[in-house]
Design a protein around this ligand. Structure first.
Ligand code: IPM
Ligand code: MN
Length: 356
């Protein structure tokens, strides 16, 4: 089985290195091949998603991705910015289903900004549609405004759209995921204002007819944002569009204390996938050896479970992570008085040791 390793920018290389060490400690014979992506891709090959990197990602059984982005690339034209690498990979590989679990480890209850009783035991799964919506809709751009009170001025515009089959397939993913968990789906939309999301609501309702054992609730996105911080444990599976999912998943991440703990999976129709931490490249702490590698290590566990059919190995990694947390080891993002502060590599060492 071949795994493409795409470390990217900022803390990406440091955290993926630890995940690779953990994978190597499992005693399996994975073939791993590394390539530049993001700012690193631009620096080495003049493009954030160099053709060789895309070819490697396409040929692999799974992709382990670090993070992309750095201040120094912010002034490049949009098509060359690091973010285009991850957007391009999602689109080119057809990774329409983004799974972002938000789980609060009991040991980290004090690291959340919310009261422990609000978040303790939290275990929700956000399923974000990842290849449609306003992120990819065309037309888009800047033009002379054709009509209305601002006619003749310049205007920026994007297009929100969802095809029926795009909504159907992500709804199936959500209902099937719910069948394996709490059997409840909350579909988040803005049906009160947007045509696209009234259509979304109608299609999700229709797909739900095939899943009599799952409860479906619809919620407007503004209310969902409020409920996520008010009573997050009321949710089981949340399914939503690309943009709302981007925003709500960051919000859900913070309930757990640190975005440095949260993995994600982006899957195509055949469970081929790209696995990355939910956090970004954190250029402010890059190279300091203090980034939390656990989100990437847990992403490697998701990869074993969803794409490589090795659920037992995924369980081993997740148990090892729980063990190091129980030992009191903490990177600075999750540090509290009374625990032991460690760096990126020490945290990786601890997980490798816990696997033995
Ligand atoms: C994410 C990120 C990306 C997104 C950016 C880097 C393009 O915020 O994965 O959530 O908006 O999807
Ligand atoms: Mn985001």
């Amino acid at each position: 089985m071949k795994i493409a390793i795409l470390p990217g920018d900022g803390i990406g290389p440091e955290i993926t290195a630890q995940a690779v060490r953990v994978l190597n400690a499992l005693g399996e014979s994975f073939e791993m091949e590394q390539a530049e992506v993001g700012g690193a891709g631009y620096a080495a090959h003049g493009h954030p998603l160099p053709p060789a990197t895309l070819a490697l990602a396409k040929s692999a059984d799974a992709v382990l991705f670090g993070a992309v982005g750095d201040y120094k690339y912010d002034t490049l034209e949009r098509a060359l910015r690091p973010e285009q690498a991850i957007l391009g990979l999602r689109k080119e590989l057809g990774l329409f289903a983004n799974l972002r679990p938000a789980i609060l480890y009991p040991e980290l209850a004090g690291a959340s900004t919310l009261k422990p009783e609000v978040v303790s035991g939290l275990d929700i799964l956000i399923i974000r549609e990842l290849t449609g919506d306003i992120y990819f809709g065309k037309p888009r751009g800047v033009r002379e405004c054709p009509d209305g009170p601002f006619k003749g001025e310049r205007e920026g515009f994007d297009t929100m759209r969802y095809a029926e089959s795009e909504i159907r397939r992500i709804a199936h993913v959500a209902f099937q995921a719910a069948q394996k968990r709490g059997k409840r789906v909350t579909s988040v939309d803005k049906a009160n204002v947007l045509e696209t999301f009234q259509f979304w609501r109608d299609i999700v309702t229709d797909v739900h007819k095939e899943y009599g054992d799952v409860e479906l609730e619809h919620m407007y996105v503004d209310n969902a944002a409020m409920q996520l911080v008010r009573a997050p444990k009321k949710f089981d599976v949340i399914v939503t569009g690309n943009m709302f999912g981007d925003i709500l998943s960051d919000c859900a991440a913070m309930l757990t204390g640190s975005i440095g703990m949260l993995p994600s999976a982006s899957l195509d129709a055949n469970n081929k996938g790209l696995y990355e931490p939910s956090h970004g490249s954190a250029p402010d702490i890059a190279g300091k050896g203090i980034a939390n590698p656990l989100a990437t290590i847990l992403s490697a566990a998701m990869m074993l479970r969803y794409s490589l059919d090795k659920a037992g190995q995924a369980d081993r990694i997740e148990a090892a992570v729980k063990q190091v947390l129980a030992q009191g080891l903490r990177t600075p993002d999750i540090y509290e008085a009374g625990t032991t502060k460690v760096g990126t590599e020490e945290m990786g060492n601890a997980v490798v040791n816990a696997l033995r």
